[in-house]
Ligand binder design. Structure first.
Ligand code: Z98
Length: 727
């Protein structure tokens, strides 16, 4: 399957021939570092190799449209709840520099006790299935070719089907996964013994498949009432999972700790979070760090979420990290929307590029309070670990509610998560392995009469011989991707467009409005206004009081139930602009003069000045010699000055339109220039809010520029026109 940058991905191609599709590669991929990497005018210190195709950051145009890539892997969590929509979102994310795409299903995967086939949505969201994984991996393989960088696909190995999930992931080329038996125990109420036995098997399979593991310590941070007090326990959780993973055969470089800065402003964030980061990096040298924003503080205000994300990323750069996970800034208000997934990704790459080389100039002060504070966190963690051992081990400690207690260890508040070691889902299901137990597979934890590779004698196992995999397409005739895609594909074929943010054609839009009244009145009024805009099911997703009496600003989502048939759209003709540097290179050495004025009785000079003035990016900066005659100038005077200065260009600005005076003046300029024998020599251009190119041409001029015109539009036109005339 090959993607073409100017075409939308065709989901039919993705789904076609899936039964025979095999992932091209397995295992995790780190970015290829590119030290002292030159991109455009800059040399980067923390960069990786460039992409083949991408969308650059907005300000990149000022630096020659560069799109440097940072050294960290950038993650985005893709969670529309439908893999067919996730795939399109992944492609956009990959073009914005994300190379670790985590798919979390809208249903809690850990609540499912087996593997499910097909692509059902069912109730409560969709589970992970082989077909979805395979389709996604196939699409990602094509996206890798398109952007020119390997993309890591990630999901979650948890719940009672954890080991089965690990095998499935290894078979289907999933490159990273969360795995932490403590997650099952604490948050999903799964039996402890079962969780740890399953984890050993899952981790072995992940280790053999080169899958990067991310642990689950961050969940304590997101769950605890006072997250900044849970830091010693976070170190303990990391330690338990890391040691257990090593014992199961996982290499240190495939173990990533899931670190989350514990606070967010208005807390004194860096003062609290930096010592924690330092303690963590110090205690877990040699392991990878996956840094993620703390979801706990993501409210409905996307700007606030973005600022915290930037500060988190600053900590990652200062303290070191390998993966910067992004949280979409709208997590706190809805299923992440397409464009907010990209916004989160951009926040990370924009911040990281901006911080390039920071640690060459700024160092953490290791002679001040920082190491003392870090040491205190480590001491508390070690005390906690000792007490766990005294209590009889992990199971006993969990039973006693030691974990996710809101007290700052050794202080305890008695509000931790307590679980019964003999209870929970799957209790009593662990069976002792019989003597001479044998499983002829390539990857298996513990006693096994077959050695790794012995499965060849039986024709191979599904990990080394994918032909052994039984691919089940769909089981439910109604609840499957084929049915779900009927309407979207049909609309696509017919050229029908609707706005969307979660799923294909959901019609969802968001409007922002300020209402000048106290909050309650303002909110009721805002909803009414949204109804007047014909938005269905309007819902306030963010409100911010700007002043308790003066007013509030609201963001309202709703469904705009209209569609656009692209067959009836008239598209404006697109002009390719000449790059600024090329305009200047042509204009400056030629010493070209231009006269400019607002004509007739028109005192509106702002627009013209924006077009001329160097400060506003006007044509002056290309070296055009501009003579601004001012306002309310007659056409005759304009042409007199053009003759006197030897100008090649006349720029007339005309805003006033009553009685079509703007058109009259345009015609007058063309006619008088012709009568005076100047028409051949002069390029005549009009500009103004109501002016269009067609109108200007009808009136005998060479070009017209309307609202939104910038100096580079005019500059680009002038160069082409003067070149056309052979100058
Ligand atoms: C993240 N934002 O990716 P269910 N195991 C671990 C987890 O952290 C999670 C799951 C399993 C977070 C996403 N984390 C939340 C260690 C989820 C998923 O049962 O499918 O929800 O488990 O860091």
């Amino acid at each position: 399957m090959k993607l073409s940058p100017d075409k939308r991905i065709d989901l039919r191609d993705v789904l076609d021939g899936l039964e025979d599709y095999r992932p091209r590669r397995k295992g995790w991929h780190w970015r290829t570092p590119a030290p002292d990497h030159k991109v455009g005018p800059f040399t980067y210190r923390n960069a990786s190799e460039d992409l083949k195709n991408s969308v650059a950051l907005p300000a990149a145009h000022a630096f020659g449209a560069i799109d440097p890539q940072c050294d960290f892997v950038i993650t985005t969590e893709i969670a529309s709840g439908r893999f067919e929509d996730d795939i399109r979102r992944m492609r956009m994310a990959a073009w914005h520099g994300a190379d670790h795409l985590m798919v979390i299903r809208t249903t809690g995967q850990s609540h499912i006790d087996g593997l499910i086939e097909g692509t059902p949505e069912g109730i409560g969201g969709i589970p992970v299935t082989r077909k979805q994984l395979r389709a996604t991996r196939k699409a990602l393989d094509a996206m890798e070719d398109e952007v020119g960088r390997p993309i890591n696909f990630h999901s979650y190995v948890s719940g009672l089907a954890g080991p089965e999930m690990a095998v499935l992931f290894s078979e289907e080329g999933v490159n990273g996964a969360h795995q932490d038996p403590q997650y099952n125990v604490l948050y999903r109420g799964i039996n402890m013994h079962r969780s740890f036995v399953d984890a050993a098997e899952a981790k072995k399979v992940m280790a053999d498949g080169g899958i990067l593991q991310i642990d689950g310590a961050h969940n304590a941070n997101a769950t605890a009432k006072e997250a900044w007090k849970v830091t010693p326990e976070l170190l303990v959780q990391h330690a338990i999972n890391t040691a257990y993973s090593r014992a199961a055969g996982m290499a240190a470089e495939n173990i990533a700790l899931s670190t989350v800065p514990p606070t967010a402003p208005p807390a004194p964030k860096l003062r609290l979070d930096l010592p924690y980061a330092v303690a963590l990096r110090d205690l877990f040298k040699g392991y990878r760090m996956r840094a993620q924003q703390n979801t706990r503080y993501v409210e409905s205000d996307t700007t606030e979420a973005t600022v915290t994300h930037v500060l988190d990323t600053l900590i990652s750069r200062l303290a070191g990290a390998d993966i910067q996970s992004t949280i979409t800034p709208d997590e706190g208000r809805n299923i992440p929307w397409h464009y907010n997934t990209i916004a989160g990704t951009n926040t990370a790459r924009q911040t990281l590029m901006g911080l390039d080389g920071l640690t060459d100039q700024v160092k953490l002060d290791m002679d001040g309070e920082l190491p003392e504070l870090a040491r205190e966190i480590k001491e508390r963690a070690i005390l906690m670990m000792e007490e766990i051992l005294d209590m009889g081990g992990y199971y006993a400690a969990v039973e006693a509610g030691q974990f996710v207690d809101s007290g700052h260890y050794p202080e305890r508040h008695g509000d931790g998560i307590a679980r019964d070691p003999a209870g929970g889902s799957g209790a009593g299901t662990v069976v002792k392995r019989a003597p001479r137990y044998g499983a002829p597979v390539c990857s298996h934890f513990g006693d096994n009469v077959f050695k790794d590779g012995d499965c060849k004698a039986y024709g191979g196992c599904s990990l080394c011989n994918p032909d052994k995999i039984r691919y089940v397409d769909e089981l439910d005739p109604l609840d499957n991707v084929g049915e779900r895609l009927k309407v979207p594909l049909d609309e696509r074929d017919r050229g029908i467009l609707r706005p969307e943010v979660e799923r294909h054609g959901d019609g969802m839009v968001c409007v922002t409005l300020f209402v000048p009244a106290p909050p309650d009145v303002a909110e009721a009024a805002a909803i009414d206004m949204a109804l007047h805009m014909n938005l269905k099911n309007p819902e306030v997703i963010s409100k911010r009081v700007l002043h308790p009496a003066e007013g509030s600003v609201f963001e309202i989502k709703g469904v705009l139930d209209v569609y656009i048939d692209t067959a009836f759209l008239t598209l404006p003709t697109k002009v390719d602009l000449i790059p600024d540097a090329d305009i200047e290179a042509w204009v400056r050495p030629r010493h070209i003069h231009a006269v400019a004025a607002t004509v007739g009785e028109d005192e509106h000079s702002v627009g013209l000045r924006e077009i001329l003035n160097i400060k506003h990016g006007g044509v002056e900066r290309f070296g055009l010699k501009c003579h601004d005659l001012g306002t309310s100038i007659s056409v005759t005077r304009l042409l007199d000055e053009a003759e006197r200065t030897g100008a090649r260009v006349v720029l007339m600005s005309t805003i006033v339109t009553h009685a079509d005076v703007h058109k009259k003046n345009m015609r007058r300029l063309a006619d008088e220039a012709t009568a005076r024998g100047l028409r051949e020599r002069l390029v005549l251009v009009a500009g103004g809010t109501q002016v269009t190119d067609e109108m200007a041409k009808e009136c005998g001029l060479d070009a017209g520029f309307g609202r939104g015109t910038k100096g580079r539009d005019v500059g680009s036109f002038l160069v082409r026109e003067l070149q056309r005339r052979g100058n």
